[in-house]
Write a protein of this length. Structure first.
Length: 297
């Protein structure tokens, strides 16, 4: 659903130019999925990835009490390599004690992070930083490139909003044991009318299509697997929970879950396979996280 200090090398705050190392790694993928998969197979390599997605409700549990440590423990207990986070506050307000949740979690879990604001508003206190709310990616792998893209949004912060481009769709390139892996995190519109979600799916698809190489799309889609607005995604992406036989395992609300709206998905090709998946029984947020084990490359 949607509700509106760390070691500096771990925190990526802005888009970065692709360095020479990234260009070299991307060059290895230029010949396409089949050639890359064959090369990795010839060397007998395989990367095991534990991937998690978690809507953290701005640090509040299902009891609506702010306690970011509970969520850090829920993440830590699963030992993920990559984590997509939704509903992340950065200096937002009293509900999260003006915490930079992205940086706090990165420091606490000793992971790299890229935060992509959906909203960036003026401070509500003198001398304070801007108030931000959005999504984030935590990664044990180094982040080589990151950009916050715009997709269609229907704002919750202005009266009488109309669909318009807005930020909050991060594209992050991580170095997964020497293999470049594109990771995207999303939080789709929560309203009953699927129109905005349909536009968002089209926007995300166009952005992801620009990149070659293995991709992950993580997020709170605010729709269930069979909802028609998600159908275009399934022509290009694989839903890890479905492969693991848990297509209908619910993730929301955490205390008595009835709907599966949280996802780990990946691109076809490149040898990515689902090894397993589960939904931890935790009340640290109003969503339950999704945890998947993948093999790749």
């Amino acid at each position: 659903m949607f509700r509106p200090a760390s070691p500096s090398p771990r925190l990526v705050r802005h888009s970065a130019a692709v360095p020479a190392l990234v260009a070299l790694l991307l060059g290895a993928l230029a010949t396409g999925p089949s050639a890359h998969a064959a090369t990795q197979s010839d060397h007998g390599r395989g990367v095991r990835l534990r991937v998690m997605n978690y809507n953290i409700q701005a640090g509040a549990g299902s009891d609506h009490v702010f306690d970011l440590e509970r969520q850090a423990e829920a993440i830590e207990s699963e030992h993920p390599d990559v984590v997509g986070l939704e509903e992340v506050d950065v200096d937002w307000g009293t509900r999260s004690d003006y915490t930079d949740e992205a940086a706090w979690l990165a420091r606490r879990l000793r992971m790299h992070v890229f935060f992509a604001p959906i909203y960036d508003l003026p401070p509500d206190r003198d001398g304070a930083p801007d108030r931000k709310f959005g999504v984030a990616l935590l990664s044990r792998f180094p982040i080589m490139y990151a950009k916050n893209h715009e997709i269609t949004r229907l704002s919750t912060q202005v009266p009488d909003p109309v669909p318009a481009p807005g930020p909050g769709f991060p594209e992050v390139l991580v170095n997964a044991h020497g293999v470049p892996l594109w990771v995207y995190v999303t939080h789709l519109d929560y309203r009953a009318d699927p129109g905005v979600r349909e536009a968002q799916v089209a926007d995300m698809d166009a952005i992801m299509d620009r990149r070659h190489g293995p991709k992950l799309l993580l997020g709170d889609f605010n729709a269930q697997p069979d909802d028609p607005e998600l159908a275009p995604l399934w022509t290009r992406l694989t839903d890890a929970m479905t492969v693991a036989g848990q297509r209908t395992t619910p993730t929301w609300p955490a205390d008595t879950p009835t709907k599966r709206i949280d996802y780990v998905t990946y691109s076809a090709g490149y040898g990515i396979r689902t090894v397993g998946a589960h939904v931890p029984d935790t009340l640290a947020s109003d969503h339950r996280p999704v945890v998947t084990d993948l093999t790749a490359f």
